[in-house]
Design a protein around this ligand. Structure first.
Ligand code: NAD
Length: 543
């Protein structure tokens, strides 16, 4: 046995490649986009390291060309869900006990496979399957996925070396056991990196997972699963179970061995999972850890001292990149009356330069929204605004799903600070602005704090640094990730650990030690060198 103590140093963030015309990465990516577009693959379940075909299938299509089938995937039934639970429990024995540096080395290999051998493959799958342009895919599928892995290894090493005090006649130790049972990892469609991390952070700490991927992200998630296996993650440590969330959730949550849920997705789904866990509480061996990052109604608050060009630039990229389908995307904005004409003019001019379309055409800033349900939901908010007395469409508003699910970046101006689209998460390219009178700053701050149940991200813009500090203090509970003079999106692992509170989740900060600590069940061990041989205390022996 090698008894060395290994301390993993803080890694560098994976550099974002530029994909300039003719660059090696661009040539390779274009080849891979063509390869993946010219065939349809079959995606099995992967349970205990084995491919399982159920013949109950669904289609994976391109959001920007919904008749184009990229893959056929197999759906889990009750039998496969039970097999996955058994496989995860069986693998737990090996994985929880193996030396943690072996787990780290396997995960670090996965990160290197992602950034080297499979960079183009994972990018192409994310671009085609989730309709991300090159940049949006690169920062997610490759860079953030690798960053999560590499930083988590460092954070794990810091957790493991944190030990209690020992003193004369005693040695105290903390053992960081994996949870007793398996973790249910339930991932959303919008970030390939989140899907990876929902599995790999519990896995780093010695846990095994049952992974329910989002149906609309199955292509990239399947490739991730294959990379995990190639990196050396043993059979059964991660079990890939596409299928109906309701069915898989029902059976997995009924297992006595459920030790935790690692979830990212909508508030509604997380609430349902939480309620089901509460109903099954009597049945579990341990209290399951519930870690969930959910929706947002992210804001930009503009102080009268702000620079209008900076505000307009942040609003356009913060609200419309990846079609506003980031949990952190700006979706409501408070602008003082004195700045609104120039902010509006600047936003309009940026809007006119934006191109929308297929991910393969590199000039497109905006692509399609994920699926028909999402398209119809977003369109219903735009239609509501068009018909309302309280709102007008400043730009955008056109929707067309004849080929792909395209919705123009849309700016709504409302006179009602509690307008529906100021309050509810839309998860699409829709930003609503409320213009406040400069002298009513305090009232506007109050509206910002109380209008939505969420508290994920928020940004304040202003040149008056004292005023900005006061706003930061006043809005203390409105966001888990707060930005000063920057857009509210684009958190980077290791730099801005991510998560929000209130209805936005449990705020366990993905990409940080706060998250990893949820996946261990520490055992404190005290050893006494010279055990007592007399029950009496000293003063009792006086007579
Ligand atoms: P969703 O809630 O519709 O789905 C998430 C996952 O839950 C999917 O895999 C789905 O199949 C599964 N699911 C649904 N019902 C289930 C059930 N009963 N049992 C088990 N699993 C079930 O979310 P989505 O549309 O994929 O993602 C968008 C949402 O995710 C938005 O609300 C967004 O804000 C949120 N999000 C939050 C963060 C964050 O860090 N806070 C990050 C990304 C996305």
């Amino acid at each position: 046995m090698n008894n060395s103590i290994y301390d993993f140093e803080t890694p560098q963030n994976e550099p974002v490649k530029e994909y300039l015309k003719g660059s090696p990465e661009r040539v390779e990516l274009e080849k891979e986009l063509n390869r993946q577009s010219s065939k349809s693959i079959e995606i099995p379940l992967i349970i205990g390291g084995k491919e399982v075909y159920t013949n109950d299938t669904g289609k994976v299509t391109m959001p920007h060309d919904h008749n184009h089938v990229l893959a056929i995937y197999h759906k889990a039934g009750e039998k496969e869900i039970k097999m996955a639970i058994e496989a995860a429990m069986e693998a737990h024995k090996l994985w929880a006990d193996i030396h943690w540096t072996t787990r780290a080395s396997i995960l670090l290999k996965a990160a290197d496979l992602i950034t080297e051998k499979y960079r183009a493959m994972l990018n192409a799958a994310t671009m085609l399957g989730q309709s991300k342009n090159i940049y949006q895919s690169e920062i997610d599928a490759v860079c953030e996925t690798a960053d999560f892995i590499r930083f988590n290894v460092t954070f794990a090493s810091q957790i493991y070396k944190t030990q209690p005090i020992s003193s004369f006649n005693q040695l105290n130790r903390m053992e960081y056991r994996a949870l007793e049972g398996f973790v249910f990892a339930v991932s959303p469609f919008n970030f390939t990196s989140i899907a990876s991390n929902l599995n790999l952070s519990p896995v780093m700490m010695g846990n095994t997972t049952i992974w329910k991927p989002a149906t609309t992200a199955i292509l990239s998630n399947y490739y991730l699963m294959k990379i995990f296996l190639e990196a050396g993650i043993p059979s059964g440590v991660i079990n890939f179970l596409p299928g109906s969330g309701a069915l898989i959730g029902k059976h997995v949550l009924a297992s006595k061995d459920l030790a935790g849920i690692h979830f990212t997705g909508s508030n509604n789904t997380f609430n349902n999972l939480w309620k089901t866990v509460a109903d099954n509480l009597h049945n579990y061996k341990s209290y399951p850890r519930l870690v969930g990052e959910t929706g947002g109604k992210d804001f930009i608050f503009v102080h009268p001292s702000a620079d209008f060009t900076e505000v307009a630039t942040a609003a356009m990229s913060g609200a419309f990149e990846f079609q506003g389908q980031k949990c952190s995307a700006a979706s409501r904005m408070y602008v003082p009356e004195s700045l609104w004409p120039s902010v509006k003019e600047q936003m309009l001019s940026i809007y006119k330069s934006i191109k929308m379309g297929d991910v393969k055409e590199v000039g497109n800033f905006v692509n399609a929204v994920i699926d028909n349900a999402s398209y119809e939901n977003i369109k219903s908010y735009i239609d509501f605004a068009k018909e309302s007395q309280d709102a007008e469409i400043v730009f955008g508003g056109k929707c067309d799903k004849s080929k792909g699910y395209f919705i123009e970046p849309t700016l709504i101006l409302t006179t009602n600070p509690k307008f529906k689209s100021m309050e509810e998460e839309i998860f699409g390219p829709v930003l609503t602005v409320y213009v406040y009178q400069d002298q009513n700053l305090e009232e506007a701050l109050n509206l910002c704090d109380t209008t939505s149940p969420y508290a994920l991200t928020g940004a304040v813009f202003g040149k008056d640094r004292i005023a900005v500090s006061e706003i930061c203090r006043r809005l203390s509970y409105t966001a888990g990730n707060f930005y000063i003079n920057d857009k509210p999106t684009g958190a980077v692992v290791g730099k801005q650990p991510f998560g929000g509170a209130r209805a936005s989740g449990t705020n366990d900060k993905a990409g940080g030690e706060f998250n990893l600590i949820r996946w261990v069940s520490p055992r404190t061990v005290k050893e006494t060198f010279l055990p007592a041989t007399d029950i009496r205390y000293g003063y009792m022996k006086e007579d």
